[in-house]
Design a protein around this ligand. Sequence first.
Ligand SMILES: Nc1nc2c(c(=O)[nH]1)N[C@H]1C(S)=C(S)[C@@H](COP(=O)(O)O)O[C@H]1N2
Ligand SMILES: [Mo]
Length: 375
Amino acid sequence: MVLHPADLGRRFTSKLHDERVAAWLGTWLGISFTVAFVTGLMSHFMQHPYAWMLWPSRPVNLYRFTQGLHVIGGLATIPLLLAKLWTVYPKLLEWPPARSIGHAVERGLVFLLVAGALFQLVTGLFNIAYWYPFPFFFTVAHYWTAYIVFGALVIHVVNEWAKVKRNVLPGSVRVPASPERRRFFGLVALASGTIALFTIGEAFSPLAPVALLAPRRPGIGPQHLPVNKAAAEAGVLDMIHDPGWRLTVTGRVRRSLSLSLADLHALTPRTVRLPITCVEGWSASATWTGVRLRDVLALAGVAPDARVRVESMEPYGIYRTSEVDWPHWHDSLTLLALGVNGAPLAADHGYPCRLIAPDRPGVLQTKWVHRVVVL
Ligand SMILES: Nc1nc2c(c(=O)[nH]1)N[C@H]1C(S)=C(S)[C@@H](COP(=O)(O)O)O[C@H]1N2
Ligand SMILES: [Mo]
């Protein structure tokens, strides 16, 4: 079906297809996608830092906050995006599709923005639901698409700025909202709010009982802690109970170490309260006991600015090792944990030994550790 501009106005009579509604929804979407972009980049560069990047180890819950915002905010954005697309879809039927080359480029960019935004939200949703119907690797696709979406967003905001000024910014024309418009905004807010309410408990434990839409909930799992990657899945079940297990410390050290579990228990025990914060948005605090990583590195005689790699017994998998920069390993809260919530680590939480450090993505909290290499 093809419509001429004059017909468009007659056919789409709803006041919700107007510029003001689109401008308001667009403003909220712009804010939300900017927050997602910034928090997403933080998460990416904490996991894949350039050599010059040093992330702080405090505040302890910083990553928990930014990643909760990224995932839960992203989910709450879904109704907002759908509402905006519904508001502006009559434009799809505009004829001619482009009035000039400039207009064609502009529309191409909007198409890229819409496709990219939908892609980010849908694949993000599938990822936290552990459903991978797509043939590409999620994190790589999500990362690169983010630049495309954000670039297209910036250009779109520049192109549409006059409409934002006319309808949203202070000093814009005041027109009383029609009941229809008020209902529509109310519905969108209700949908976003409902999604947020029923997922926020995955990161904010007082609301854990109503985290009905969350894939993981604080408090639920072995030792009252959710699990990501169980010992059986990681293929470590027959290694972790080996009495010959040793924690070795090698690389650029003055003394190499080989410590049994008893040796580790003989070091000064420490107890810390720290969260596991998965990139998928859920997080849960626990009480960890073990030895400070810095105490073990001091025994080995390690340079104060060294970078260390913690290695798991897990034979394959991209999360079998992680690197720890000096701000994190000097932190008194960073432990090679041997126990959690009052008992030795459960197999699924990394028995016999795992890393736990403040302000750090869960993927870097390596489980089933058996080697520390000083780089
Ligand atoms: N060796 C190893 N350690 C790992 C992982 C893994 O796949 N292999 N997964 C990580 C991820 S993604 C998270 S969120 C945390 C979860 O820790 P938990 O299962 O004890 O809650 O462990 C991390 N440690
Ligand atoms: Mo994770």
